[in-house]
Design a protein around this ligand. Structure first.
Ligand SMILES: CC(C)(COP(=O)(O)OP(=O)(O)OC[C@H]1O[C@@H](n2cnc3c(N)ncnc32)[C@H](O)[C@@H]1OP(=O)(O)O)[C@@H](O)C(=O)NCCC(=O)NCCS
Length: 178
């Protein structure tokens, strides 16, 4: 898969991405906003394992976010199961040196279109920690709507926190663009 966007892209991972992926992922500030299954420290073996997982999945659901074709982060979806098989959770992160350039918004807008075109889902959602203003803004700019606050739903780095529930459904149609 390859989506070419203005100044960045989203594409399938390559084995040769491991070192750059690990370099960007190995950041406490990135880890602080993600689930604990995202390793910290993040080693090149972690990157190799993730790239192998991403490449082996059918359908493919985890992708590199790129600048000049080099990986600077990742975006993907976890497809729901059982009665929630019509939903998927989106997730994304970028290396800190690439924050604040609109890259995550462009990647999410594009990945959202790709996901509705590719997966049999009616709904995409995300549950950022309530203090993650940048991610909430990215979701809003990409057309996701705030549906609620999940009070004291997550513990990260020893701190119990609220999560905000954002979602977009297929019938929302034309997605907002940054
Ligand atoms: C969240 C993340 C992906 C955003 O990536 P990004 O490319 O910097 O995002 P964009 O540049 O597209 O948009 C960020 C928006 O948040 C705003 N923003 C960033 N930090 C902010 C803050 N502390 N307070 C208020 N707004 C903030 C920016 O101004 C921008 O909005 P604007 O275009 O209206 O000015 C990146 O910060 C990241 O990887 N964080 C760690 C991992 C993470 O949080 N992943 C998401 C988990 S739900």
């Amino acid at each position: 898969m390859q989506l070419d966007l203005e100044s960045c892209g989203v594409r399938s991972f390559r084995e040769s991405d491991a070192a750059e992926l690990a370099r960007h992922a190995n950041n406490h500030k990135v880890w602080l906003q993600l689930r604990d299954r995202f390793p910290h420290p993040y080693t090149i073996d972690d990157a190799r394992g993730f790239i192998a997982f991403a490449g082996g999945a059918n359908p493919e659901t985890a992708f590199a976010v790129t600048v000049d074709d080099q990986p600077v982060g990742s975006i993907g979806a976890v497809l729901g199961e059982d009665v929630e098989r019509c939903s998927a959770e989106v997730g994304y992160w970028l290396g800190e040196s690439y924050w604040g350039r609109g890259i995550a918004t462009r990647a999410l807008v594009s990945f959202t279109e790709y996901a509705f075109a590719t997966y049999e889902v009616e709904r995409l959602f995300a549950v950022p920690l309530a203090g993650n203003t940048a991610s909430c803004r990215v979701l809003e700019k990409a057309g996701y709507r705030l549906e609620g606050r999940m009070r004291r739903s997550a513990v990260k780095d020893g701190v119990v926190q609220d999560q905000l529930l954002y979602a977009i459904v297929r019938e929302d149609g034309i997605f907002a663009r940054a």
